[in-house]
Design a binder for this molecule. Structure first.
Ligand code: RP5
Length: 175
């Protein structure tokens, strides 16, 4: 039987999926069970309320919510649950995602949403991992290994660049 999800990845539209998959990839790397679905604050408002209200009882410990434009999903979800919500502002065509960023980040005092960068779903996944690592030593160890590996990669690239050896440098640092 599949393990019960402890993280929920929700998004306003299927069009957000290419970005939000970066969060799911991280959770898969860390063997963290997650649910992923579409919940729209504007198009399916009742579903959003039900989903948010049931999250805690359903065992969800972190919600990652991606939305673009007038991105109310993370904030409104946070209004209906005490489960921590990480908002991912999705880049938009007309305003480059600044609209999404401000809609998600500028929460009124009392109901916080942890906001990552525009299209920053990878960091949203990693932030969820950090939160879970507070209470799970296996996840903590994996997170420490992940960071050590990242550090080793960067130090290796630095050595290469210092030798003016640009061969094999694909520009992938930090990605
Ligand atoms: C938001 O509207 C979604 O999160 C999406 O980023 C944006 C556009 O949605 P679609 O028109 O592509 O479905 O609710």
């Amino acid at each position: 039987m599949a393990e019960k999800a402890i993280v929920a990845i929700i998004m306003g539209s299927e069009s957000d999926l290419p970005v939000m998959q970066e969060a799911s990839k991280i959770l898969e790397n860390f063997d963290i069970p997650y649910d992923m679905t579409i919940v729209s604050a504007h198009r399916t408002p009742d579903r959003m309320v039900e989903y948010a209200k049931a999250a805690n009882e359903n065992g969800i410990r972190v919600i990652i919510a991606g939305a673009g434009g007038s991105a109310h999903l993370p904030g409104m979800t946070a209004a209906f649950t005490t489960v921590p919500v990480i908002g991912v502002p999705i880049k938009t065509k007309n305003l480059d995602g600044v609209d999404s960023l401000l809609s998600i980040a500028q929460m009124p005092p009392g109901i916080p949403v942890a906001t990552v960068a525009i299209n920053g779903a990878k960091n949203a996944g990693l932030l969820a991992v950090s939160i879970l690592a507070l209470f799970d030593t296996q996840i903590l160890q994996k997170l420490q290994q992940y960071r050590s590996a990242m550090q080793a990669t960067i130090l290796e690239k630095a050595k290469q660049l210092e030798k003016h050896d640009f061969q094999g440098y694909g520009g992938e640092l930090g990605e």
